[in-house]
Ligand binder design. Structure first.
Ligand SMILES: NC(=O)c1ccc[n+]([C@@H]2O[C@H](COP(=O)([O-])OP(=O)(O)OC[C@H]3O[C@@H](n4cnc5c(N)ncnc54)[C@H](OP(=O)(O)O)[C@@H]3O)[C@@H](O)[C@H]2O)c1
Length: 243
């Protein structure tokens, strides 16, 4: 698949991994829809670092927990930039939920953002891709989909659901559209409030370090350019999944 001048949508592109993936997609000539929710300033930073100048790309805000905003997002991207050829589902929520005190509100928040939103985004974008005869979808999963962390159980369940979604969509959208996932270990320092211990992540990996955004960008590059890949989950975790 050729990427020059085609349209990519990256959710959660106003910070961290989504931001770096969006900047990479611009560097291969794509027109990038930078999605954000609260990180407007970060989204502007993403735009300012992109090849091709600001007019080639666009900023789009939406709360992906709200299905009607999600639908408006796709309509707005399509109207302003054109039909979407690459979808990167990177936006997610992540916070501790000890199993015996998880609330229904937390459950709904985690499942809405991490699983329901990628499903309905893929449903809408997948239909567009089918009519274009090509497309690539990449879902950001997590090593914890396979090795559940007790204090983050609903989060881990959303990520294992995302892997099932990846495999199911790969079947549903074959042969024109390729759907894959990346399962990172710790690749960026944990955010405050997540109660993750970076040192523990390092000790529980084979390579004894955390990764980097560049490691994830390299995986995105591989999945986009590999034309015989669909329905796979690529671990980028320094060996943590087999530790
Ligand atoms: N970082 C890691 O080491 C790591 C490890 C394993 C898996 N992952 C996965 O990789 C992906 C990116 O990770 P990250 O660390 O870069 O994520 P992050 O810093 O937690 O960013 C999450 C993104 O999700 C967006 N978001 C949250 N709630 C939203 C809502 N209601 N509506 C729309 N967008 C919303 C945020 O947008 P705003 O800021 O604009 O509100 C933000 O850009 C995630 O799927 C994560 O699970 C990351």
């Amino acid at each position: 698949m050729e990427f020059q001048e085609k349209v990519a949508l990256v959710t959660g592109a106003g910070r961290r991994l989504g931001q770096q993936i969006a900047i990479y997609l611009a560097s291969i000539g794509m027109r990038v829809a930078i999605h954000y929710n609260h990180s407007e300033e970060g989204a502007q930073t993403t735009l300012s670092q992109m090849q091709g100048g600001p007019d080639k790309h666009g900023l789009f805000s939406a709360d992906l927990g709200d299905l009607s905003q999600l639908k408006q997002l796709i309509d707005s991207v399509t109207e302003n930039l054109g039909p979407i050829s690459v979808l990167i589902n990177s936006a997610s929520v992540f916070y501790p939920t000890p199993p015996f005190s998880v609330t229904e509100e937390q459950w709904d928040d985690l499942f809405n953002l991490n699983l329901k939103a990628p499903f309905f985004l893929s449903q809408q974008v997948g239909a567009q891709m089918k009519s274009q005869g090509e497309g690539k979808i990449i879902n950001m999963a997590d090593v914890s989909a396979y090795r559940p962390w007790v204090n983050f159980l609903p989060y881990c369940m959303t990520k294992s659901g995302l892997i099932t979604l990846t495999e199911g969509l790969a079947k549903a959208l074959a042969p024109q559209i390729h759907v894959n996932a990346i399962a990172p270990g710790t690749v960026l320092p944990p955010l405050p409030g997540t109660e993750l211990n970076q040192q523990a992540s390092i000790e529980q990996s084979l390579l004894k370090r955390i990764g980097s955004a560049e490691d994830i960008v390299a995986a995105v590059d591989y999945l986009l350019h590999g034309d015989f890949l669909t329905g796979i989950v690529l671990p980028v975790d320094g060996g943590r999944s087999i530790y």
